[in-house]
Ligand binder design. Structure first.
Ligand SMILES: O=C(O)[C@H](O)COP(=O)(O)O
Ligand SMILES: [Mg+2]
Length: 399
C-alpha cells in the first residue's frame, strides 16, 4: 500500500446519492471544492482522492477513500488530520459522517513511536503475565501537594503499580505541579522502602504548545518517573514533542479527555481506532481506550479492535499498553480481564478511594480481585478469606 486509505461511515441527505456523497468527501479533502474549477491545471489530477468502494451498512454506507500519499507531509500529524478528518465533517450533503479507521503507508509512518511501550513499562516495574493496577488520585482537584502525596502513599502501600494525576489537574494554585511532584515522589520512596516495590507516578504536564516540553523537564528535575498528557486537548504534536525530546526518558501515559465529543455518536465523528493509531505513531506508551463494564459508554467488540491497534505488530512500533479506566471497582475486574485479557492497565479512582476502609484497603481489594481472576476463582469466592475484597464487593457488588 502506497497511499492512505480512510474508512468512513456516512449517511447522505435525501438529495444526494451515496456515490455523490463519497465523491464529495474525496474532492473536498483533495483537489476539488463545491463546484468544478475551470482554472484547474491538469497536472494536479494525480492528487485526486479516489472513491474505492461504497457499500450499504445499517442506516448508511461505508466507503473507502484513497488519498495519494503525496498530499501528505511526512511526519506532520496535524496535516494528516486536516486531510482524513478535516472539512468533510461539516459537508451539508452528508447528514452524518464518521472516520472509522485509517491505514497509513510506511512512508507516512516514519515516527519513533513509543519509547517504552508495554514491555518497557513492565521492565521498569518488574512485572510479567499480569495486568497492572493503577489509580487516579481523587478528589481529582482540590487536594494540596501534601495530601496528594498522602493518597499516593496509601495507594502504593496497598499495592498499585501506577498512580496518575487526573485530567483536569495540571499546575493550579491549590496544587502547584513542582511541589506536588516533589511531595509525591518522596512519599513513594517511603512506600518503596517499606514494600520493596517501585510505583510509577504520571504527572499531568498538559499545557500550551510552547511550554509543554519545558513543563515536562521541570517535572523530571523534581523526580517524576512518568508523564501524562491529555492528547486531544493538547494535540498529537504535543505528545510527539514529548516523546521525541532527547532529555525525556520516562514513559508517557496518554489520557483521551474530550474523546467522546468525537467518538460517542456511532454515526458521526472520529472512532477510537484512528486516535489509537495516531497516539502509537506519536509516541504514547499507555493509552486510555475504554472499559467493557465501566461508567462510560462501551462496545466490547470495538474496544477489542481498538486495543489491537495498539498491540498488533505495526511497522516495528512497540506495542502500547491499553488502559481500561472510568467507573471500575474490584467487582468489575473479572469482566474486564475476561474480555480484554491481561496485557492491560486496570485503573480505578472511585473504586479504590471510595473503599469503606480507605485507599490502601481499596488498592489491596483491586489486587485481590486480579489475583482471583488469575487463579481462576470468582471474586466472591476469593473474598471469603480476603477481607478488603469482601468489603469492596459488599459495597459495590460484582456487576
Ligand atoms: O481519568 C480517569 O480515567 C478517571 O478519572 C477514572 O476515575 P474513576 O475510576 O473514579 O471513574
Ligand atoms: Mg479522570
Amino acid at each position: 500500500m502506497e497511499d492512505v486509505i480512510a474508512h468512513y461511515y456516512f449517511r447522505p441527505d435525501e438529495r444526494t446519492t451515496p456515490e455523490e456523497a463519497a465523491q464529495a468527501i474525496a474532492e473536498e479533502e483533495t483537489t476539488g471544492t463545491w463546484t468544478a474549477l475551470t482554472t484547474r491545471q491538469d497536472y494536479v489530477r494525480r492528487l485526486d482522492g479516489i472513491v474505492e468502494s461504497v457499500e450499504k451498512s445499517g442506516r448508511g454506507y461505508l466507503t473507502l477513500i484513497r488519498y495519494p500519499a503525496e498530499i501528505f507531509e511526512p511526519g506532520n500529524i496535524p496535516q494528516y488530520l486536516s486531510v482524513v478528518a478535516g472539512n468533510l465533517f461539516g459537508l451539508g450533503r452528508l447528514e452524518a459522517v464518521r472516520l472509522t479507521d485509517v491505514e497509513f503507508p510506511e512512508s507516512l509512518a516514519r515516527f519513533n513511536g513509543p519509547n517504552f511501550g508495554t514491555e518497557g513499562v513492565r521492565h521498569l516495574l518488574g512485572t510479567r503475565n499480569r495486568p497492572h493496577v493503577g489509580t487516579i488520585i481523587k478528589p481529582k482537584v482540590g487536594l494540596t501537594p501534601a495530601d496528594t502525596a498522602h493518597v499516593a502513599y496509601e495507594a502504593a502501600s496497598g499495592g498499585v503499580d501506577f498512580i496518575k494525576d487526573d485530567e483536569t489537574l495540571t499546575n493550579q494554585s491549590f496544587c502547584p505541579m513542582n511541589e506536588r511532584v516533589e511531595a509525591v515522589m518522596a512519599r513513594l520512596d517511603e512506600a518503596k522502602d517499606e514494600t520493596g516495590r517501585q510505583v510509577l507516578y504520571a504527572v499531568n504536564v498538559s499545557d500550551r504548545a510552547d511550554r509543554i516540553v519545558e513543563r515536562a523537564e521541570e517535572a523530571l528535575e523534581r523526580g517524576a518517573n512518568t508523564l501524562m498528557v491529555d492528547v486531544l486537548t493538547c494535540g498529537y504534536a504535543a505528545l510527539q514533542a514529548l516523546a521525541e525530546e532527547p532529555g525525556i526518558s520516562v514513559p508517557i501515559h496518554v489520557h483521551r479527555t474530550m474523546h467522546a465529543a468525537m467518538t460517542r455518536n456511532p454515526e458521526h465523528g472520529i472512532a477510537m481506532r484512528p486516535i489509537a493509531r495516531l497516539v502509537r505513531m506519536a509516541g504514547g506508551d499507555q493509552l486510555h481506550t475504554g472499559t467493557v463494564s465501566g461508567k462510560m459508554g462501551h462496545n466490547a467488540e470495538e474496544l477489542l479492535l481498538d486495543n489491537r491497534a495498539l498491540t498488533d505488530p505495526w511497522y516495528g512500533f512497540r506495542p502500547v499498553f491499553p488502559v481500561a479506566s472510568g467507573g471500575l471497582h474490584p467487582g468489575k475486574v473479572h469482566a474486564e480481564l475476561a474480555t480484554l485479557g491481561t496485557e492491560i492497565v486496570l485503573q480505578a479512582g472511585g473504586g479504590i478511594h471510595g473503599h469503606p476502609d480507605g485507599t490502601a484497603a481499596g488498592a489491596r481489594a483491586m489486587r485481590q480481585a486480579v489475583d482471583a481472576f488469575l487463579e481462576g476463582i470468582s471474586a466472591s469466592e476469593y473474598a471469603k478469606d480476603h477481607v478488603e475484597l469482601y468489603r469492596a464487593l459488599e459495597l459495590w457488588g460484582t456487576s
